[in-house]
Design a protein around this ligand. Structure first.
Ligand SMILES: Nc1ncnc2c1ncn2[C@@H]1O[C@H](COP(=O)(O)OP(=O)(O)OP(=O)(O)O)[C@@H](O)[C@H]1O
Ligand SMILES: [Mg+2]
Length: 255
């Protein structure tokens, strides 16, 4: 006997995405079906990371009420873009009810769940508590300071954290968690080759028309030194030495 559609969507966020007209790519389905508490999505440009995460946020809001979902992006423009994606998915999802409240950065569902999209500043998020899901979009550009002020918000709520981005050099918390963050994280890497909507011929032309390190970063998910780095990551690491004694005593250092 087929499941009533709402139960099918509740059980399977990938089915919810398919119902909006976007058949999920294999990685999108894998991500949507995971209930991992901590997720890192390292993706090519245009792979579909914002659309998929918007679907995940909506699924959480629809089927785990009353849920508070915070979408954090590095800038106001990016917050607006991500929120537009949420609204697009919401409108395409046929069984969604009428909204109680809707503004350019916030919606409230009849079941009491809220999705709030915010530009990432420590001060703006400190007023929120009890988030069931926190999404960090363009995470490589989200400051370390914001990341470390977000984490304690999940201590009491037991909520989930999803960070999605293309890489931006060997720097910052995302790079650290991706390369050295241990088994707490469920990691998904999606290069442009894994995205069926990015044709191979387009990629070949892109490779020829941009610096190699830029191509590797934008499309191949590689943490390479970017053109705005004065010194390469390797130069900096090579310059560090424990043989050199500090000129002045380091306050708080063990004797
Ligand atoms: N499974 C899918 N089927 C069809 N279209 C899709 C699918 N997933 C994403 N798209 C489309 O691909 C385009 C890019 O998606 P999206 O903006 O989510 O990607 P992104 O990785 O966040 O891009 P950017 O790197 O620019 O932030 C959009 O037009 C979106 O609707
Ligand atoms: Mg995006």
């Amino acid at each position: 006997m087929p499941l009533p559609s709402d139960l099918a969507y509740a059980l399977d966020p990938a089915a919810l995405m398919a119902s909006t007209g976007n058949l999920p790519d294999p990685w999108q389905a894998r991500f949507l079906r995971s209930r991992a508490q901590r997720v890192l999505l390292l993706c090519s440009r245009q792979a579909g990371k914002s659309t998929t995460t918007a679907t995940a946020a909506l699924h959480e809001a629809l089927y785990y009420p009353p849920a508070l979902i915070l979408l954090l992006s590095p800038s106001m423009r990016q917050s607006q873009e991500l929120f537009k994606k949420v609204m697009q998915v919401y409108r395409q999802f046929k069984t969604a009810g009428k909204l109680v409240e809707e503004s350019s950065l916030r919606l409230e569902l009849p079941n009491g769940s809220r999705i709030v999209s915010l530009p990432g500043k420590d001060e703006t998020i400190r007023g929120f508590s009890g988030a069931r899901l926190i999404v960090l979009d363009e995470a490589a550009w989200v400051s370390d300071s914001l990341y470390y002020s977000v984490r304690p918000m999940l201590a009491v709520s037991g909520g989930r954290l999803i960070a999605l981005t293309s890489p931006w050099g060997k720097r910052g918390w995302f790079y650290k968690e991706w390369t050295d963050g241990g088994d707490d994280w469920f990691r998904i890497k999606v290069t442009a080759h894994d995205c069926p909507r990015i044709p191979a011929a387009f990629l070949q032309k892109e490779r020829k028309s941009m610096p190699e390190n830029r191509f590797l970063s934008e499309y191949m998910c590689e943490f390479v030194d970017t053109s705005d780095s004065v010194f390469s990551y390797q130069n900096v690491m090579d310059a560090l030495s424990s043989d050199v004694k500090p000129l002045f005593p380091v306050i708080g250092a063990a004797r």
